[in-house]
Design a protein around this ligand. Sequence first.
Ligand code: IPE
Ligand code: IPE
Ligand code: MG
Length: 239
Amino acid sequence: MAEETTNGPRHVAVIMDGNGRWAQMRGRPRLFGHHAGARRVREIVEACPALGVKYLTVFAFSTENWKRTQTEVAGLMKLFKRYIIRETQALVNSGVRVRFIGDRIRLEDSLVQLMDDLELATSHNDLVHLTIAINYGGRDEVTRAVRRLAFDVEQGKLSYKDVDAEVLSRYLDTHVLPDPDLVIRTSGEARISNFLLWQSAYAEYEFVDTLWPDFTAAEFGGIVRSYAGRDRRFGAVKV
Ligand code: IPE
Ligand code: IPE
Ligand code: MG
């Protein structure tokens, strides 16, 4: 697929919300909605090259989502494993490089192993960079980063005088990614829920009512294209 060069967003981040309500509306258990939601991801990833979106980051499970019932949490963990096993070949073949962000410490070893394997299997790909956030929270990420940074200061590898925003960024899970240009949240909620707090300082936001399992590549494309008309000033005044 040819890559378009546009003034569109290079990095789009998506808060995939509304799976539970989508299922409830159909009188089905919440996990039914999560399965439908997982199936949506492929279509959105495949739409990226033609739209000039090089980086796509999706929020799959937050550090706060552990507060849900054991059934839902266990079902989601099982779904992530199944998703990785099922999608690996297609991702490898279609040029998608996958990375995971978030704290792996609380995840099952078998899931972490699959995540590591998928990262390795796709490490030579470069068409689209898909980042999946699992057990991710913006505050948690910054906290973990600061802890590692403080450790390096304590070890004498870094002086506190050299700590600036660029240095701190290097300790974040997203250190290899550019900042998101556009953050989309589905399901009508207009909040960030702890997603990419540091990285989205100057991102554009788009909140849409569509529930994630109904979110199509066509709707995604429409939002991405409309971004090109936005005037991003980054605090400056245009002369
Ligand atoms: C988003 O859908 C997916 C996860 C948070 C794992 P929700 O499960 O939050 O769906 P709603 O918001 O309850 O409808
Ligand atoms: C944010 O959605 C997390 C994910 C989409 C993975 P939530 O449904 O967990 O957020 P809140 O609870 O509405 O803020
Ligand atoms: Mg939700």
